[in-house]
Design a protein around this ligand. Structure first.
Ligand code: NAD
Length: 307
């Protein structure tokens, strides 16, 4: 019987697993669960006879793919798939998918939770500022970026965006001002929200020069990936610009140092919280299960990322 494994070091909510089970068993497949595993050997053992695997931030590398002799598809329930070795998956003839858009609203709402916290001076009792009328720059107008734009308009913000692959017309259709480059976005906007994936081009790309070009009272909010930040540049920026704040859902390696030095200007969520809502959990988990069924039954590869 076709076996679908849910391998989650950080498990889905029970209600999400129930939804996944309904989809998988409804298609006549067997569901296996490996949750909160403490040792990679458990994952290597569990994938042995799996035809499909649903993961979250779990690492799927060459040793896992070597062990998974029956594997046809891995679906990362979520957006970022930098935890999967795509080249190794392609070499093993395994299709890799993500579930784009399923957690975007959750991440976008967190951006504003953190932004209000930042402009109100981390709730330290002093007078802060409002978001209304401020220039917000959205770096990458993908699923999360679009939700950030929608919410920002509700706050009455002046919204700008740059995306290397999304045409300006698409951005402007949403009432958002398209700028020509990342550099232009940072120069124009007091607040910049990062929504780029971690790729060869973006890694370390948010550097001192970019951040230092921002207007006075600058805030960078990162719910994307820690790798996109040049950490030495971030440390320099916090040191040289006492008006600058950095708030992040993905802590840099120098988190403890920055938190100790700049308790009123640096904040990192204790754990990655962006997609941690009941709704995102359910949406992404069920979408992953449906994509697996559609792939195995109909060959649908719409969300394939290792083309
Ligand atoms: P998405 O794929 O929908 O959008 C990414 C956008 O980035 C695309 O529009 C693409 O054109 C653009 N892009 C790619 N390279 C670029 C570059 N060099 N310069 C400018 N734009 C570029 O992804 P998404 O769902 O919007 O997610 C965005 C980011 O948020 C990803 O890094 C993802 O890993 C991260 N994320 C984090 C959490 C969390 O829990 N904090 C949850 C979901 C997503």
């Amino acid at each position: 019987m076709t076996k679908v494994l849910v391998a989650t070091d950080k498990p889905f909510a029970a209600i999400a697993v129930k939804g996944i089970r309904e989809v998988v068993e409804g298609a006549g497949y067997e569901l296996a669960l490996l949750e909160k595993y403490t040792d990679k050997a458990q994952l290597l053992d569990a994938v042995k006879d799996a035809n499909a695997v649903i993961i979250r931030s779990d690492i799927i590398d060459a040793p896992v793919l070597d062990a998974a002799k029956e594997l046809k598809i891995v679906v990362r329930a979520g957006a970022g798939y930098d935890n999967v070795d795509l080249a190794a998956a392609t070499a093993h003839n395994v299709c890799v998918m993500n579930t784009p858009g399923q957690n975007s609203n959750a991440v976008a709402e967190l951006v504003f939770g953190m932004l209000v916290y930042a402009v109100r001076n981390f709730y330290n009792g002093t007078s802060g500022t409002e978001l209304m009328g401020k220039k917000l720059g959205i770096l990458a107008y993908g699923n999360v970026g679009r939700n950030v734009a929608r919410i920002a308009k509700g706050f009455g913000m002046d919204v700008y965006a740059y995306d290397a692959f999304c045409p300006a017309e698409v951005i402007e259709k949403d009432g958002v001002k398209a700028v020509a480059s990342t550099a232009d976005l940072f120069k124009a906007c007091q607040i910049v929200s990062l929504h780029i994936p971690a790729t060869a081009e973006t890694k370390g790309s948010i550097n001192f020069e970019l951040m230092n070009s921002m207007p006075k009272g600058a805030i960078v909010v990162n719910t994307a990936r820690k790798e996109v930040i040049d950490e030495a540049g971030l440390a320099k920026m916090l040191e040289e610009r006492p008006d600058f704040k950095y708030i992040t859902d993905i802590k840099p390696a120098i988190d403890a140092d920055l938190a100790a030095k700049y308790p009123d200007r640096y904040f990192g969520t204790p754990k990655k919280m962006g997609a941690q809502t009941a709704e995102a959990n359910i949406n992404a988990g069920i979408a992953a299960a449906k994509q697996i069924v559609d792939f195995l039954q109909n060959g649908n590869e719409k969300f394939r990322v290792n083309k």
